[in-house]
Design a protein around this ligand. Structure first.
Ligand code: ADP
Ligand code: TPW
Ligand code: MG
Length: 589
């Protein structure tokens, strides 16, 4: 966590304390130094970014002062790396960008972080206020702070160097307190370059005390929730990525095991309890959503990923407990009978301490019904999983990945695509919390290499990124970044020659490929060879297993071009219902 003790100027070892040359003149500092000092004072050890005017020297200085700088090929990936670093560490990830276009490139990642509840701060250089405000046409001119506001949790601008400390403190608090999110901090070039008396500078810095304060639940809210759950005949717990973020892993597990309630993990909450846990209802998902009478949401929103909690997938009579740090999340889709407003760590320990012995009894009939459905579904899925079609399909390729990862719970899994994502989520079991990182709340493409880099840099652990061929393309150039920093990332590209499928046709009969078609003959494995990494080209599950084993054991960057049957996928993956079908007959069934 971020340092928590108060500070005084005497205890700060500042990069900006320059020796006074004549003993009379006070030593000077400047905006660049103050930014670095403020970040270091608050425990920031890594910056993800792209250098250029006016922040090149900021990046250099940060590196010189011991902050790790990871330089990317595109700001969106730098921002995604910062966001996932924030999710994994509970410290705001920092993304540094140049003005206007660099800023805008990074903004997509900040917006995505805000949507997902990941704490990050985009710090961007900007051009002179007077010129921007009068729209006189500066180099890379843009009113960045106002552009950022609608997409961020908070946006700040620092207008004088002595406010840098406060600006960074406010950005940190905004990013990590309450529901975490993306924050924008605007640093005009003239503020970065402005000189300031070094002592004044040191005194202006702020060490943020308790940036994400615990939010203790009201005891009556815990009691109300326990009473409701105790009255249930068919209770269910849904764990979301807020639960994973909270790092209350052992209390969450104890509560689930003590009460015997079946649970369903949302995709990034997989691994909070191991996926093979007997109480997991993941393999009976439709049944439990439709039939549960009381559902306890823990760090999960009733958004589109849960069909808004609405019929026909959900029972209209289900009653809800919702545990969330954000009070305004309640009743957003379904009425919440028992809201618990708290951080999940505090809520779970309150549940455990207020739970009376025997208050919640395992509901044996319900548990038996779920077990039977699980068994049935697992058997059905096994038929698909164990088949060996040639060419490979999503199931047979993912079986190889699943089996390879089974005894390596430490490995991070990044996953994006449509079919590649949907099958990947269902087939690959997770055993540890926060090891699965995916397209998240927006179902966005382009997070792959950024998340992989953020996870590898913060953890030092290996990452396997399972990418649709389209998904990979959004951040593919970061393969060079991965090689430049020699990160232990193995990127497996499920190459089915397109978005969803590789066999779509041009309805005009013309020579251009269909809008969803990509090059099936593409040799993504050769891309990484240009940067000194290792490429593999595989066409069957055995080849995939072998490539994974070799690449992961090497600890070096690798790309596996994994050839998948172009006819294996479905349009929009599992989201066909969201796809309006054309009235003019061009829609794929
Ligand atoms: P999922 O997509 O996995 O269902 P969401 O991102 O929709 O998860 O929901 C996460 C929820 O968790 C958000 O409503 C957020 O406010 C909440 N949350 C995040 N961190 C915490 C925390 N530390 N304590 C309590 N709630 C949290
Ligand atoms: C930023 C729309 C959703 S899924 C997808 C796109 C382009 C790619 C699916 O093809 P892929 O997977 O990755 O090859 P597969 O296995 O089904 O073949 N732009 C953004 N985000 C989204 N979600 C899209 C476009 C989309
Ligand atoms: Mg594809």
């Amino acid at each position: 966590m971020i340092a928590t003790e108060p500070t005084s100027s005497s205890e700060i070892k500042s990069s900006s304390e320059m020796e006074s040359s004549n003993g009379n003149k006070p030593a000077a500092t400047d905006g660049f130094h103050l930014v670095v000092d403020a970040l270091k004072l608050n425990g920031i050890d890594t910056i993800y970014g792209v250098a250029g005017i006016p922040i090149t020297d900021l990046a250099r200085l940060a590196q010189a002062e011991g902050i790790r700088f990871i330089g990317f090929r595109h700001e969106q990936s730098a921002g995604n790396a910062a966001a996932i670093a924030g999710y994994l560490t509970q410290k705001p990830g920092i993304c540094l960008t140049v003005s206007a276009p660099g800023f805008l490139n990074g903004l997509v990642a900040v917006a995505n972080a805000t949507t997902n509840g990941f704490p990050m701060i985009q710090i961007s250089g900007s051009s002179d206020r007077e010129i921007v405000d009068l729209q006189q046409g500066d180099y890379e001119e843009l009113d960045q702070m106002n552009a950022a506001k609608p997409y961020t949790k908070a946006a700040f601008r620092v207008n004088k160097p002595e406010d840098i400390g406060v600006g960074i403190a406010r950005a940190i608090r905004a990013a990590v307190s309450g529901r975490p999110g993306g924050v924008y901090l605007d640093l005009p070039a003239e503020v970065l370059g402005a000189a300031l008396d070094a002592n004044v500078g040191v005194d202006s810095l702020v060490r943020v005390v308790d940036p994400a304060p615990r939010q203790i639940p009201a005891p009556e809210s815990i009691e109300r929730a326990l009473d409701l759950v105790a009255s249930a005949e068919r209770p269910l717990i849904i764990l979301g990525k807020g639960a994973a973020y909270s790092q209350a892993d052992s209390d969450i597990r104890s509560f689930i095991e003590k009460t015997g309630i079946p649970y369903l993990p949302m995709s990034m909450a997989k691994g909070l309890l191991p996926d093979n846990h007997p109480q997991s209802a993941a393999a009976a998902r439709s049944l439990v959503l439709a039939e549960a009478d009381v559902i306890m949401l823990i760090g999960a929103r009733l958004n589109w990923l849960l069909a808004h909690g609405k019929a026909p997938r959900w029972s209209p009579t289900t009653r809800f407990v919702q545990v969330d740090i954000s009070p305004t999340e309640m009743d957003s889709n379904r009425p919440i009978a028992a809201p618990v407003i708290a951080d999940i760590g505090s809520a779970m320990s309150a549940f455990l301490s207020m739970l009376k012995p025997g208050q919640i009894q395992p509901q044996t009939a319900w548990i038996k019904t779920i077990a039977e459905r699980k068994q049935h579904n697992i058997e059905r899925m096994a038929v698909r999983l164990n088949a060996n079609p040639s060419p490979m399909n999503f199931s047979s390729a993912l079986r190889a990945v699943r089996d390879f990862l089974a005894d390596k719970p430490d490995i991070y899994v990044v996953n994006e695509g449509a079919n590649t994502l949907d099958f990947g989520r269902d087939i690959i079991d997770m055993q540890q919390p926060r090891k699965r990182l995916d397209s998240g709340t927006w179902g966005v493409m382009g997070i792959g290499m950024g998340y992989a880099i953020g996870a590898a840099v913060t953890s030092g652990k290996p990452v396997v990124a399972i990418e649709g061929d389209s998904a990979f393309g959004f951040s593919g150039m970061e393969i060079e970044t991965i090689c430049r920093y020699s990160l232990p990332i193995v990127t497996v590209i499920f190459n089915n020659g397109g978005i969803y499928r590789g066999d779509d046709v041009n309805r005009s009969g013309g020579a251009d490929p269909s809008p969803t078609i990509l090059m099936r003959s593409a040799r993504y494995d050769k891309l990484i060879e240009a940067f000194g990494g290792t490429g593999y080209h595989v066409t069957d599950p055995q080849g995939l297993t072998k490539a994974l084993a070799e690449a992961v054991a090497s600890g070096k960057p690798a790309v596996v071009n994994c050839v998948i049957d172009p006819t294996a996928g479905t349009e929009s993956g599992h989201l066909q219902t969201l796809n309006p079908t054309s009235q003019i007959g061009s829609g794929r069934k």
